[in-house]
Design a protein around this ligand. Sequence first.
Ligand code: BTN
Length: 277
Amino acid sequence: MIWWDDYMILLDEPNFKTRLSKLLRTSRIGKSIFLFNELDSTQDYAMTLPNSESLHGTIVIAKNQNMGKGRIGRTWISPEGGLWMSIIFRPNFSVDNIIFLQFIGALAVVNAIHEITKIDCKLKWPNDVLINEKKVCGILVDVNLENENKKIVMGIGLNANIDSSSINNFLNNGNLKATTLKEECGNDIDLLFLIKSILEKLEHYYDALLSRGKTLEIIDSWKEKSEMFGKKTIVYDGNEKFMGHVIDIAQNGALVMKLTDGSVKDIIYYSDVSIQT
Ligand code: BTN
């Protein structure tokens, strides 16, 4: 059963919610679901939801987005068939942990894709999910610290049941090409089970993040899934450009690079990261 193809279920929001709720083995993430045929951006919708509706774990999903947002003001092409979802967190941890939210979003997606398709994805620091060096998913984390109730929204843009030709022509993804699950698997994926799996894994990692000391475990899991180590890498941060090799991920989540002049630099701010083949 392919969820998006089952138009009645998509339009019948209570039915979809019931099915997802019945399937979901989470305690908070996905307990409140907003589902739309079309939105400008699930991220903007989630960010502007009033506090009273922004319960921790609330998810917003749209079948397609007219103005999907990527990192650093880029457009995220979001046609029907993809998974365009934002998750609201009401954290009580320090904003220093935000980079770890990007890590756990990407890890949840990698593990869910493996569970459903057996494909082994790789991670590019800090939050891109790749298959065969092409981007299949991006994570966007937006933060609102204006009022005393912090709100963080994690956007997951996963090219699921679409053709990469429908996005590559419009792509503005740095030097990365896009791929899709449909292309990599040769068939459509059941998005209902994919969402269930992502949300369950996200909750597992989020709980680990909240418990003291688990950031190191998250870093280790992230490192296991990354192929960046030892590869020639260029990091752009505004007008600055750092060239060298990735040697580690620091305890604060920074990318540790040995630069071409022999110095070692921890990179936490970046606009683009390019791995050279
Ligand atoms: C990136 O640039 O890699 C991050 C892309 C994030 C896209 C997702 S799709 C769901 C959510 N809504 C948006 O407008 N953007 C995020």
